[in-house]
Design a protein around this ligand. Structure first.
Ligand SMILES: C[S@@+](CC[C@H](N)C(=O)[O-])C[C@H]1O[C@@H](n2cnc3c(N)ncnc32)[C@H](O)[C@@H]1O
Length: 203
């Protein structure tokens, strides 16, 4: 299937890092669609953390996940994802952010650049080589636009030798479609020499 929106494209991007994952994070549990995706696509022993600031969101997410038989798979944390580093203490294979507010609820309780930055900084320290982070952002509302500016600056500053940071936009869709940002850890370290060695080559 051609990924026709940012959420589907995010899932496609994350999939290779989930199959043998030991630890994954849903930083914005909301109604639990992404948490369920993580449950379905990780091994049974994989630890799954799901964060949300709203009790209502966690209730809804838990219900969805339980309905699909994954009752005991998730550690639910009602907290700002800025505090992610206080909870997640092992290397992370993948993390998913779906920004904005809980659909049908108070728009004031939306994600914010400060918290996002703190969460990303914690995750980059924990992200395994070949680990992946997806961020779906919504430029169609005021706070969403601020987040887009923040994310673009944050990703542009990620060390090129270690991380691959990308943006995927659906440029023929109307009404400010969601944008997918990704960060992948190449597994290279900052000082590793990756230039090809042609010294043994014969003409
Ligand atoms: C668009 S919804 C997420 C959708 C969800 N991933 C799903 O699959 O249904 C965004 C969620 O982020 C939550 N949120 C907002 N600020 C947050 C923060 N600082 N830390 C954690 N969650 C936050 C909101 O409460 C809301 O439930």
């Amino acid at each position: 299937m051609i990924p026709h929106n940012a959420i589907i494209a995010a899932h496609d991007y994350l999939l290779p890092s989930l199959r043998q994952a030991e630890c994954v994070v849903d930083a914005t549990a909301g109604n639990g669609h992404d948490t369920l995706f993580l449950c379905r696509n990780t091994p049974p022993e994989c630890r799954i953390w799901a964060f949300d600031i709203q009790a209502e969101a966690l209730r809804s997410a838990k219900e969805r996940v339980c309905q699909h038989g994954f009752t005991d798979r998730v550690q639910w944390i009602q907290a700002d994802h800025a505090q992610l580093g206080d909870h997640v203490d092992i290397p992370v294979d993948a993390a998913v952010f779906n920004l904005g507010f809980l659909p049908g609820h108070d728009h004031v309780l939306t994600t914010k650049p400060d918290s996002l930055g703190q969460a990303l900084n914690s995750l980059l320290k924990l992200l395994k080589p070949q680990g992946r982070i997806s961020i779906v952002a919504y430029p169609g509302h005021g706070p969403g636009q601020e987040e887009v500016v923040f994310i673009e600056n944050f990703l542009a500053d990620c060390a090129q030798r270690i991380y691959v940071a990308t943006r995927l936009e659906f440029i023929n869709q109307r009404n400010y479609p969601a944008i997918l940002y990704t960060i992948g850890n190449t597994g290279r370290n900052l000082h590793e020499d990756t230039s090809p060695d042609y010294s043994q080559r014969t003409r």
